[in-house]
Ligand binder design. Structure first.
Ligand code: TYD
Length: 198
């Protein structure tokens, strides 16, 4: 039986890393085959991206192409695991590219085109949080995207994409356990809809 590709995206500090981990642990305890992963990956292109994230001067199109290249490489693994029946949970996905790189001034159509060969999430989850709260949660600001006005724009684009595509939006300003249980509830509903016993 085919598995499921779940993605978690949101502005920096919205909790995609934490909720990927919590959801993966919970589903594993329920006896399901789970694989947690992230974008940018820890692979060769992912490491290059982390270098670029510290450099304010790079052209946004270079960032976009690197994220897309990393993702296409990552997709091969995700697709194989989903075909083997795994629930793959990714901390960030193509959705981060559509919002962050669009917020950098790039065209949505071109971003979709360069990500054409990326495997698309079956069940995207958007974690919504205001930038002022997200930045207050982050103690150390690490990359060039972590600025309030930029994140306001990313948040708007994420909410816009979610409403156009019917993606789930979860209010991440609530206490961690409330958000985690809300995510679990929606994932269980989706799995049941697909005939998986949880
Ligand atoms: P992040 O998940 O915060 O990485 P780390 O685990 O190193 O903290 O992602 C790094 C940054 O890259 C974050 O600000 C979001 C941004 N990003 C994009 O701009 N486009 C993308 O396609 C992805 C996956 C991330």
């Amino acid at each position: 039986m085919r598995g499921l590709y779940i993605s978690l995206d949101g502005i920096d500090g919205a909790g995609s890393t934490t909720h990927t981990k919590l959801l993966a642990e919970w589903l594993t305890l329920r006896g399901l085959k789970v694989f947690a992963t992230k974008e940018p990956t820890n692979g060769r292109i992912g490491s290059l991206i982390r270098d670029y994230l510290r450099d304010e001067a790079t052209h946004p199109a270079v960032d976009a192409l690197l994220f897309a290249a990393d993702r296409v490489e990552h997709s091969v693994l995700i697709k194989r695991l989903v075909e083997e029946g795994f629930i793959v949970i990714s901390d960030r996905s193509i959705i981060s590219s559509l919002a962050y790189q669009q917020a950098q001034g790039l065209e949505l159509e071109w971003l979709i085109e360069i990500n054409r060969y990326a495997f698309k999430p079956d069940f995207p989850i958007i974690l919504d949080l205001s930038p002022s709260l997200s930045l207050s949660r982050k103690r150390i600001l690490q990359d060039k995207f972590e600025k309030q006005s930029f994140l306001e724009c990313v948040r708007r684009l994420l909410l816009d994409l979610a409403s156009k595509n019917g993606w789930l939006v979860v209010d991440s300003s609530r206490p961690l356990e409330v958000v985690a249980s809300d995510i679990r509830k929606h994932v269980v509903e989706e799995l049941k809809r697909r005939g998986v016993c949880v």
